[in-house]
Design a protein around this ligand. Structure first.
Ligand SMILES: C[S@@+](CC[C@H](N)C(=O)[O-])C[C@H]1O[C@@H](n2cnc3c(N)ncnc32)[C@H](O)[C@@H]1O
Length: 259
C-alpha cells in the first residue's frame, strides 16, 4: 500500500447528503446527460458483450450502471465505505427506503432510443437489480484493490480515485492499482473531475488533484491502456445547474482498452 494517505475521510462522508447534493435536483444536469451519452455511445461502438463488469467506488449510487445493463451478464460493485454499499444493497433489494434512481434509468432508455412509459422504466430497473450479483469492499490504495487476484473484461469508475486525494502522485499510483483489475483486452470507462481542487458535500470538502486531460491520458497509459484505444471527452459543469459549484472544474470522460 502507498505511504500517501487518502484524504477521503469516511467519518465525515454523508452518503445521503451526497446523493441529495449531486443527484437530487429537479432535473438531471447537462453534464450527467453528457456522461450517460458517452457510456451509451461507447458501448454501441464496442458492440461487445461482457460476462461481467466491476464498478469501483460506486458510492451510494447505482444509476451509472444503467447504460451497461444491455451489454453485461453480471455487475459487481465495490466501495471502500460499507455504508455506501448498504445503500446499493437496499436498492437492489427493492427496499422502500432505497434512493430512487428511476429518472436516470429513464434517461438511459431515452438515449438508447426506446420509449419510456413507466412500465418500461420499471422493467429496466428490475433487470438492473437482477444483474447486480456482488457488492464488495475495495481499496484502490492496495495493489490488489479487492484483496484477491481477479480481473474483469469491463471496469468502470466514476469520480473515485480523483475524488479521494489532492496528490497527483497518489492518483497515478492508485490508478495503476485500479487498472490492474482489468483483463488484457478489457475496457476501462471512467469519469473524473477536470482541473478541480475538490468538491463539497454539505459543509465538508473533499479533495481532487487538479487533473488535466494529459494527466488522465498518461495515467491510463501508465496502467497499461493502449494509447491508440483511448477516447477522451470533456463536458462543462454548468454553474447555473450545479450552483454554487462552478469552481468544481469540468467533467473528464475517458475510455480505452488494456493492451
Ligand atoms: C465522489 S464518490 C463517487 C461515487 C459514485 N461513483 C458517483 O459517481 O457518484 C467517491 C467514492 O470513492 C470511495 N472511496 C473512498 N476511498 C476509497 C478507496 N481507498 N478505495 C476505493 N474507493 C474509495 C468513497 O467511499 C466514495 O463512494
Amino acid at each position: 500500500m502507498t505511504s500517501i494517505p487518502s484524504e477521503h475521510d469516511t467519518r465525515t462522508w454523508n452518503a445521503l447528503a451526497y446523493v441529495e447534493e449531486y443527484y437530487g435536483g429537479d432535473s438531471i444536469p447537462s453534464d450527467e446527460v453528457a456522461m450517460f451519452q458517452f457510456c451509451v455511445e461507447t458501448l454501441r461502438r464496442d458492440r461487445r458483450h461482457y460476462e461481467r463488469m466491476l464498478d469501483v467506488g460506486c458510492g451510494p449510487t447505482v444509476h451509472r450502471l444503467a447504460p451497461f445493463a444491455r451489454w453485461v451478464d453480471e455487475v459487481h460493485v465495490a466501495d471502500y465505505d460499507p455504508r455506501n454499499l448498504d445503500h446499493v444493497r437496499r436498492w437492489v433489494a427493492g427496499s422502500a427506503e432505497a434512493v430512487d434512481w428511476s429518472r436516470y434509468v429513464e434517461l438511459t432508455l431515452r438515449l438508447e432510443g426506446y420509449a419510456t412509459p413507466p412500465a418500461a422504466v420499471a422493467a429496466a430497473e428490475d433487470r438492473l437489480r437482477r444483474l447486480v450479483t456482488r457488492t464488495c469492499a475495495c481499496d484502490v490504495r492496495r495493489a490488489d484493490p479487492l484483496g484477491e487476484e481477479t480481473t474483469y473484461p469491463l471496469v468502470t469508475t466514476f469520480f473515485c480515485v480523483d475524488c479521494i486525494t489532492s496528490s497527483l502522485r497518489a492518483w497515478q499510483e492508485w490508478m495503476v492499482n485500479l487498472l490492474g483489475l482489468l483483463d488484457r483486452g478489457g475496457r476501462i470507462l471512467l469519469t473524473a473531475l477536470g482541473e478541480s481542487d475538490g468538491y463539497p458535500v454539505g459543509r465538508r470538502r473533499f479533495p481532487s488533484p487538479h487533473l488535466t486531460q494529459e494527466d488522465l491520458r498518461a495515467g491510463l497509459v501508465a496502467g497499461g491502456v493502449a494509447p491508440a484505444s483511448i477516447r477522451l471527452r470533456t463536458a462543462p459543469l454548468p454553474s447555473e445547474e450545479r450552483a454554487p459549484y462552478g469552481a468544481l472544474g469540468y467533467v473528464l470522460m475517458a475510455t480505452g482498452v488494456r493492451a
